[in-house]
Unconditional design. Structure first.
Lengths: 545, 484
């Protein structure tokens, strides 16, 4: 099973080939085959989960030459660590749910839709597993194409505007990243590197000015994808216009590309620049949290409300990641998964009522809980998860993020961001109240049917995960912990010369010290490189275990 | 006075001879068989092009100089000759049914295309300013006729005349520049010019030389349609018969780059600092002007015409760098561009109706679901033109911009990628119509004949395969540049 990672990634492509041989009028067959392909992909990805060793190394690595010409050497270099593992699982987990949700929602051009979904899955998985910068860029771009068509062909009224905006926004960012990537490669060549392999670039010493430019280019591309205020404007359009499955995937997985990009690339590649820009990014994250929450509050369209809540949630993720400590990044990672599950679920819920009533305006609803009790229960659980109620997954992630950020240089940002938690409770509970409670006075709503078996089957895995991750997050945290510790070390000890790293790894410290000693790094970004005096606190707090 | 008659080795110009003989034979056949079907001429031409391609390809790796060093057969020439043959082959394949439909299927078309190829080939293998000029004129004169080939169509007449006027004008610049360089160095042989210029104490202060260089650059800028010398392009491209537009946008542009690269890299490398500054501005201007004007076009031929200006700009980015990466990028890009652009034009021909009507972007509405295969292929071409992976256009741009970055022209690369992003808009717009808009048409007039299908298959393969496994082609491009 040495190729299990490639297998997971390219199974959907095999599915596409299979779909090509199915006549486009046999919609049922098309749907079931796609569902089967995504389920098999999920099962295969579970093999990886089972075989994953809990350490900081990249596993299931495959590395073969791909393009070799002139100054460039690109390799098909893939592998996962604890960080990408969960995002891969999240992707394969969400896909069957997304496919199942289209069974009645999409009646037109079913074959093309399924092909888009499967291509998208390969693109997303490929981006998460790439350990070659060039390969990552290819998957990152390829991902755009099926999403563009999904929004544009099966979208709502403003689909063309939304699709083109989505494509061009992302393209501008990623092209600037491409320039930075090529520049970085030539810097690597000067240092004797032979290819685009990501891991070696973590050891590359870059001067501050170079780091700043490169970080800006990478961060810009990722910030568009996250999306961070003020680059978020494509998101409400794309979300609102996309078909349900598109919104689910967009929220659950595609947005994670941005935050994953920071965790995997921007921070460990340019740690000093990342520290320098942390206050700016935290500012934007906090503005995003508050602003998006306020905007969400006044939305009349449920789907737009959920879209803005996404912006707020990802603001939290960014805050946690830029705390640069174990708690913050763990919280950020967990929140990425949580957001995938709960916002994915919210979009499915919006999809259910839209399919029944063909409207998403809050004022068209009211009192649905009387007519649809199962729906009401599930909606409530998901709302609690989104709000971050203890016992649900949302709580664990947000709590860790706030702890981590509070203990870092971002203390005052955290104080402001915490109010975002309250705001999210306000808009989510308020929309729940207006849709589900009150008088069932609209005659159209009085005939609504409750969720059917298929719809319940879609929601059950999500609801189960909400509680599993909320009550017992340990297995998730344990698997990603070594990778996160390594990341924290990379983000922190970068100014130190390379020889010191092995020495530090041997030091053992009690767990109790975790999370302390964060404050001295507040000015680290401005410190000249190579000051060993900075490092001991870092070791104390983060090489524990 | 002693006349020394050198021993002439004909091997380097064997393909040119073959094509010329074939073209003349076809002209005669056409004379003795007036009227009636002309398709067989297309088939013979295509077969001739394939045979020539095999012959050209067989010479890979050799380095033969002939005609006292005014013609050379090297990998550089061979790579470009292949590009011209690809462009000509695809153009021949898509011409027949189009010309039939437009009612101007005259037999002279195919010999003229072949003569154009002969001219372009001479430009690629010429190592003497005079040989290059000779090739350029053979190419240009044939192209003037091809642009105005549809005599019944006013726009085609306009295209031919306009192209002729401005082409002659630009030739004047170029010839003047060549004369000045001869004046400054006393020779027209490229390698000798390099030696003489290399011995000058301060070549950049030699007014004759610099003026000659700039004038030549101006002349070539006309030919490759670089801004601000691009004014003729949209009208000529719009007016010329579509298969000829496709051919002109790929073949002669590549030939222009072949000659430019050969002259500037072989003869004037000592002045690289100077000419790369000029090229920097030309590249930035060309990309920006091409893309911004393409944004506002409705006629699809004009969209592709302006985008073709932008593509010349991307190639100029690689030229500005002037290093191995950038120049190999130009070779790779020109070949890829021949595949993807002629492919896109082939679809345009299929969708348009007699008299070149139905050629607006909006006329593509609904193609995506009425003719899914055609739309899929068109999508591939458009994504490749936009530089989205995994297509050859992306790899080409990657190498062009990498060359610039490697050389330190970061801002030029940034301008390039921002232009690329802007170009995405108008390529997406075509896709928006194909897939996102409902159509009233059923596209029942779209007839894919066997030659057109073959052209589309070749073009699609040439766009997709080098995008996924580009190594081999890139390595060939690099070998071609290295041995120049």
């Amino acid at each position: 099973m040495s190729n299990v990672l490639s297998l997971t990634t390219f199974l959907p492509i095999l599915g596409v080939l299979l779909l090509l041989f199915i006549p486009k009028d046999s919609k049922g067959v098309l749907r079931n085959v796609t569902l089967a392909v995504t389920v098999v992909t999920f099962l295969v990805s579970l093999i990886m989960l089972a075989g994953f060793q809990t350490n900081a190394e990249f596993q299931f690595v495959e590395n073969v030459p791909w393009i070799a010409a002139g100054p460039f050497m690109m390799r098909y270099n893939i592998g996962i660590d604890g960080i990408s593992l969960w995002l891969v699982i999240l992707t394969t987990f969400i896909m069957p749910i997304a496919v199942l949700s289209t069974f009645t929602a999409v009646e037109e051009k079913v074959k093309e839709y399924m092909v888009c979904l499967l291509l998208l899955e390969t693109g997303m998985l490929g981006a998460f597993i790439s350990l070659d910068l060039f390969l990552f860029y290819i998957f990152w771009e390829v991902m755009l194409i099926p999403m563009y068509f999904m929004i544009g062909i099966w979208g709502g009224k403003n689909k063309i505007y939304a699709a083109v905006k989505f494509f061009i926004y992302t393209m501008v960012g990623s092209l600037l990243m491409l320039v930075a990537l090529i520049f970085l490669y030539f810097k690597g060549v000067e240092a004797g590197f032979q290819d685009f392999g990501l891991l070696q670039f973590f050891n590359l010493k870059l001067d501050m000015a170079t780091q700043i430019w490169l970080f800006l280019a990478f961060a810009f591309a990722f910030a568009i994808k996250v999306p961070m205020f003020p680059l978020h404007t494509w998101l409400p359009d794309a979300h609102t216009e996309a078909p349900t499955a598109g919104s689910v995937i967009l929220a659950a997985v595609l947005l994670k590309m941005g935050t994953y990009g920071y965790v995997r690339f921007a921070i460990p590649l340019f740690p000093e620049a990342a520290h320098k820009f942390a206050p700016l990014i935290a500012t934007l994250a906090v503005i995003g949290i508050i602003y998006a929450a306020l905007v969400a509050m006044v939305q009349e369209d449920v789907k737009k409300l959920v879209a803005y809540s996404s912006v707020a949630h990802l603001g939290f993720v960014m805050l946690g990641v830029f705390a640069f400590n174990t708690e913050g990044i763990t919280g950020g990672m967990l929140q990425m998964l949580n957001h995938g599950i709960s916002t994915g679920a919210l979009f499915l819920i919006v999809g259910f009522i839209y399919e029944r009533r063909h409207t998403r305006l809050i004022t068209d609803f009211g009192g649905l809980s009387k007519q649809m009790p199962i729906f009401a229960t599930i909606f409530m659980i998901v709302t609690f998860s989104s709000v971050g109620l203890p016992g649900t997954n949302g709580f664990v992630g947000e709590f860790l993020i706030l702890i981590g950020a509070f203990e870092s240089q971002l203390r005052w940002f955290t104080v402001v961001a915490t109010s975002g938690v309250i705001l999210s409770a306000v808009y989510m509970l308020w929309v729940f109240q207006r849709v589900m409670f009150g008088e069932l006075d609209n005659p159209k709503n009085q005939k609504l049917l409750d969720l059917n078996g298929r719809e319940i089957a879609i929601m059950v895995p999500l609801v189960v995960m909400i509680f599993v991750m909320g009550l017992y997050p340990k297995p998730f945290i344990d698997k990603m912990d070594p990778a996160i510790k390594k990341l924290v070390a990379q983000a922190r000890i970068a100014p130190v010369t390379a020889q010191m790293i092995p020495a530090m790894n041997q030091m053992q410290m009690p767990v109790g010290h975790q999370g302390t000693g964060q404050m001295p790094e507040a000015n680290q970004g401005e410190m000249p490189a190579g000051q060993p005096g900075q490092t001991p606190p870092a070791v104390n707090s983060h090489d524990a275990k | 006075m002693d006349m020394i008659i050198p021993t002439v080795n004909m091997t380097p110009i064997l393909p040119e001879i073959l094509l010329s003989v074939l073209a003349m034979a076809l002209l005669l056949i056409n004379v003795f068989n007036p009227g009636g079907q002309k398709s067989y001429l297309a088939y013979i031409s295509f077969a001739g092009i394939v045979v020539t391609a095999v012959l050209v390809g067989a010479g890979w790796g050799s380095h033969i100089e002939s005609f006292s060093g005014s013609v050379v057969l090297d990998n550089f020439a061979i790579f470009f000759k292949m590009t011209f043959l690809v462009a000509a082959g695809l153009a021949v394949l898509i011409s027949d049914s189009y010309m039939e439909r437009e009612g101007c299927n005259h037999g002279e078309l195919y010999p003229l295309i072949l003569f154009t190829v002969v001219g372009m080939m001479l430009m690629a293998s010429g190592t003497d300013l005079m040989t290059i000029f000779l090739g350029l004129e053979v190419m240009s004169v044939s192209l003037y006729v091809l642009a105005g080939f549809n005599r019944a169509n006013k726009k085609s007449n306009e295209a031919g005349l306009k192209y002729f006027m401005l082409g002659a004008f630009s030739t004047g610049f170029m010839l003047y520049g060549m004369a000045l360089i001869y004046g400054a160095t006393g020779t027209t042989r490229l390698y000798k010019i390099a030696t003489v210029v290399g011995q000058m104490t301060l070549p950049s202060a030699n007014i004759l030389l610099v003026a000659g260089m700039l004038l030549m650059m101006t002349g070539f800028a006309f030919k490759i349609a670089a801004a601000p010398f691009h004014m003729w392009t949209p009208d000529v491209y719009e007016g010329a018969p579509t298969p000829m537009t496709a051919f002109m946008s790929a073949g002669p542009k590549a030939a222009g780059f072949a000659a430019l690269l050969r002259i500037f890299l072989v003869a004037l490398p000592t002045l690289q600092v100077e000419w790369s500054q000029v090229l920097w501005v030309l590249a930035a201007l060309t990309m920006t002007v091409g893309n911004i004007t393409a944004l506002r076009q409705d006629n699809i031929k004009r969209v592709l015409a302006y985008s073709s200006i932008a593509h010349a700009g991307y190639a100029l980015v690689g030229f500005t760098a002037g290093n191995g990466t950038g120049t190999a990028g130009i070779l790779f890009y020109m070949l890829s561009y021949a595949f993807m652009n002629i492919g896109a034009f082939a679809i345009v021909i299929l969708v348009s109706k007699k008299g070149e009507t139905n050629g607006n972007v909006s006329d593509f509405a609904g193609l995506g679901f009425k003719r899914p295969l055609l739309a899929l292929v068109m999508t591939l071409f458009l994504f490749s033109l936009a530089g989205v992976p995994p297509a050859a256009g992306f790899i080409g741009k990657f190498y062009l911009f990498s060359g610039a970055i490697q050389k330190g022209y970061i801002w030029l690369a940034v301008i390039g990628v921002l232009n690329s992003a802007a170009s995405v808009y108008y390529y997406l717009r075509i896709m928006v119509y194909m897939y996102f808009k409902e159509s009233t048409e059923d596209f029942d007039w779209v007839q894919v004949t066997a030659p057109v299908a073959l052209a589309l298959i070749i073009a699609a393969a040439g766009t997709l395969i080098p995008g996924i496994v580009p190594s081999i082609l890139l390595q060939y491009a690099q070998m071609a540049v290295k041995l120049m």
